[in-house]
Design a protein around this ligand. Structure first.
Ligand code: NI
Length: 377
């Protein structure tokens, strides 16, 4: 039976072989639940949570510390050639969430061996659907992070070596916004533009002008990125189409930068549309906020981590992470953990180094106890 697996490396390989997509992590949920039950954890997964596992251990008297791992995989066909490759066609743990789960399960075993010395509660939060950026919110709304005094988590970092950890106070991962814009013009013969209203000229001018948001409106000392990534319009060489469309994303690290960019975006798109005498429709979707580390807790985590890991100052990532949903509400620390991979996240040939697991296990374990001690004071 698979739940007999004890070794974290074997656990990781098993989970890697059996990846599941966001909000469909049913077998993964069963595996984790069984494993934690055997260790003596109280399973407290809210009934409104279809996938994911929340479990607790401790004497209930004192602070409550959350240790978080995400559990979902990506719609990618694996091409690693590993002996433990995914057996699920078109689904792969290409972001290393299998590494995160194996680390937290390994730590869970260590914590349960010390359960009589837990002065408070340690709550394990195995969160679904990180890749679609809805899982943290699902957990929160179901009550899975109620009453937490602090929560920690990490993302593996393939370009960090084994035993390295990146820790910084403040913004670690960017706020993510997503947009689409469609211009409605009037189609006509390419040779008679005066008889229509060309949405393609309006679109190209707008895309260029949007690049001035970062270069002219944002604080040059702070990072912001705006990328238009997908453009559509027209079908052939001699017809001006009646509409044109584009989409893209904005990444920022402060609420001010985020608000400035959004305001200027609407002004520019609507202004250009007016200049060309046509209609623009903007669809703006807010994704995760900034992953923001609490400065006091970060100090504690950094000091403890430095006792057994090489701590480095991370360059904040423009990628998003829905742990932000927790970090905006609960004092938290999110770090990058060395997984010594051959390539970066979301690649179909990503292979991570199992040697990093024992450090990540130790990190969850030691920081969990350390924060209990710190918050009791
Ligand atoms: Ni990830």
């Amino acid at each position: 039976m698979v739940t007999e697996i004890k070794d974290p490396i074997e656990i990781r390989h098993y989970l890697h072989q059996h990846p599941e997509l966001s909000d469909k992590e049913f077998e993964t949920t069963k595996f984790i639940t069984n494993y934690l039950q055997k260790l003596g954890y109280k399973i407290v997964t809210p009934k409104d949570l279809n996938t994911g596992v929340i479990a607790e251990i401790g004497n209930g008297n004192g602070p409550v510390i959350g240790l978080r791992s995400d559990i979902d995989a990506l719609p990618i066909q694996e091409k690693t050639g590993l002996q433990y490759s995914s057996i699920s066609n078109g689904v792969m743990h290409a972001c290393g969430h299998d590494f995160h789960m194996a680390s937290l399960l390994g730590a869970a075993a260590k914590i349960s061996n010390q359960k009589d010395s837990i002065k408070g509660t340690i709550r394990l939060v195995f969160q679904p659907a990180e890749e679609t950026h809805v899982g943290a919110q699902e957990v929160k709304e179901a009550g899975g992070v109620d009453n937490l005094d602090a929560i920690i988590g990490f993302h593996n970092k393939p370009d960090y070596g084994v035993g390295e950890v990146g820790i910084t106070a403040g913004g670690l991962m960017a706020a993510v916004d997503q947009f689409t814009v469609s211009f409605q013009g009037v189609g006509t013969h390419a040779a008679m533009p005066n008889l229509g209203n060309d949405p393609i000229v309006a679109l190209t001018t707008t895309v260029n002008t949007l690049q001035t948001i970062v270069s002219r409106n944002e604080n040059p000392q702070q990072t912001a990125v705006l990328s238009v990534t997908h453009v559509q319009g027209g079908a052939t060489w001699n017809v001006i189409p009646e509409s044109a469309w584009f989409e893209g994303t904005l990444r920022t690290f402060t609420h001010e930068a985020r608000a400035t960019a959004k305001k200027r975006f609407f002004e520019i798109v609507n202004g250009e549309a007016a200049a060309f005498g046509l209609e623009a429709e903007i669809n703006w979707q807010e994704g995760p906020d900034v992953v923001n580390n609490d400065s006091n807790l970060t100090k504690v985590v950094e000091e403890e981590s430095a006792k057994f890991l090489r701590v480095i100052k991370p360059v904040p990532s423009n990628a998003g992470e829905d742990f932000a949903y927790f970090s905006q509400r609960i004092p938290s620390v999110f770090v990058f953990f060395g997984s010594h991979g051959n390539t970066d996240w979301h690649h179909d040939d990503l292979v991570l180094d199992d040697a990093g697991l024992k450090y990540a296990i130790e990190w969850y374990y030691r920081i969990g106890f350390k924060l209990l001690e710190y918050l009791r004071k």
